[in-house]
Ligand binder design. Structure first.
Ligand code: F3S
Length: 373
């Protein structure tokens, strides 16, 4: 029981510092900081120690992508793989689902006004924004401790008054995946913090909603946007709004993140992890095109991968690699490339910073075209 006592005491102490001692019971938790690349040796030892102390999660808990994928497409050194396996086996000991996806909302149907201790910014922003399910941006170790304790510090995002919109954003734009990411990045960088109430965006796909949530939370500390007509309870948030900032977004504003692609030597799609619908659309895009000249990497969650496993294995011979359980942001495999073309603004932000590799944005079909040119 030592592990549980430790977690309970740690979460209470953090609550003393950040929420005047108040805590909130949570229904689920999602742990990030899973890759050996970002955890490092001390991070792994912390997780192992908790597991050795007998800590078990007391709510359903999922885990973020790891540094190696399920089918070993993204090769890693034996030392790295061994470090990663230590993390996963400690998670299993603690009762954490080793699902390794950053889109747990795909199968956890979080309901409005339910509480969650999640620690992956795209997922937190997605459930706050498109489900009105409540989670703060808990750091990875805190989400892990909260999973064991069953509660989290009751910070502002777990209070209705803390979820009051603070900025009015007009963005009457039709958004595919890339443009939704561009909008998220633009709103994020322009406002920096707070809660935008957004009027007008038309997300053309589930993928676009994911990209918006991922980019917004990558380019700012914002983890909740109310989308008029789309966020559950948006009328309530409209009435609660205390608007201090205003922003009008035009087509021209979105283009500020676009740059010349140059000569990408790989293409990456699936940050956040792709849902089945988008994956099937991409498979359709490459059907009948022969082998790609440059590799195309596509990350998805294990459940979706299983559904397309036979096609995924066939596509490998055509230089197209669908994989699950990891991504090109958290895997050291990425360092073999010079320039990666991607439709993900989150990847555009992190790949250069974590790996020193250039990343250029492109609309999904255009990215695929680069691989054939
Ligand atoms: Fe997911 Fe990796 Fe992107 S964890 S959100 S695919 S950086």
């Amino acid at each position: 029981m030592r592990g549980r006592e430790y977690a309970v005491e740690a979460v209470r102490k953090i609550a003393d510092a950040v929420s005047e001692g108040e805590v909130v019971e949570v229904e689920t938790a999602h742990v990030s900081g899973v890759s050996y690349l970002t955890l490092g040796e001390y991070g792994v030892r912390f997780i192992e120690q908790l597991a050795e102390w007998g800590a078990k999660v007391s709510v359903f808990t999922t885990s973020n992508p790891a540094g190696i994928d399920l089918t070993s497409i993204l090769g890693a050194s034996p030392e790295f793989a061994a470090g990663q396996r230590r993390v996963i086996s400690s998670f299993i000991k603690m009762g954490i689902s080793p699902i390794s996806t950053c889109a747990p909302y795909e199968f956890i149907k979080t309901r409005p006004r339910t509480m969650h201790a999640w620690a992956e910014s795209n997922a937190i922003t997605y459930i706050n924004t498109f489900r009105d399910a409540w989670s703060d941006k808990n750091p990875g170790p805190l989400a892990l401790l909260a999973a064991v304790a069953g509660f989290a510090p009751r910070t502002e995002m777990y209070r209705l008054e803390g979820r009051r919109p603070t900025a009015l954003v007009k963005a009457r734009l039709e958004l595919d995946a890339l443009r939704a990411g561009l909008l998220g990045a633009y709103i994020g960088e322009s406002l920096g913090s707070g809660i935008p109430y957004v009027i007008g965006p038309a997300f053309v796909s589930e993928e676009a909603r994911r990209e918006f949530a991922a980019a917004l939370s990558t380019f700012s500390s914002i983890i909740f946007a109310v989308i008029e007509g789309a966020t559950p309870n948006w009328e309530l948030y409209n009435r609660l709004a205390d608007v201090r900032d205003k922003l009008d977004v035009s087509e021209a504003d979105l283009s500020r993140y676009l740059s010349e692609a140059g000569e990408p030597d790989a293409v990456y799609i699936g940050c956040p992890h792709l849902d089945a619908e988008m994956l099937l659309r991409i498979i359709e895009m490459v059907r009948g095109r022969g082998p790609a000249k440059k590799p195309i990497y596509i990350s998805t969650s294990p459940g979706v991968y299983e559904a397309v496993r036979a096609i995924a294995e066939e596509l490998r011979e055509r230089n197209i690699y669908i994989f699950a359980g990891s991504c090109l942001v958290v895997s050291p495999y990425t360092r073999r490339f010079k320039t990666i073309a991607t439709d993900s603004l989150k990847s555009i932000y992190y790949i250069p910073r974590l790996h020193g590799v250039r990343a250029v944005p492109c609309e999904t079909l255009k990215c695929i075209d680069y691989a054939y040119s």
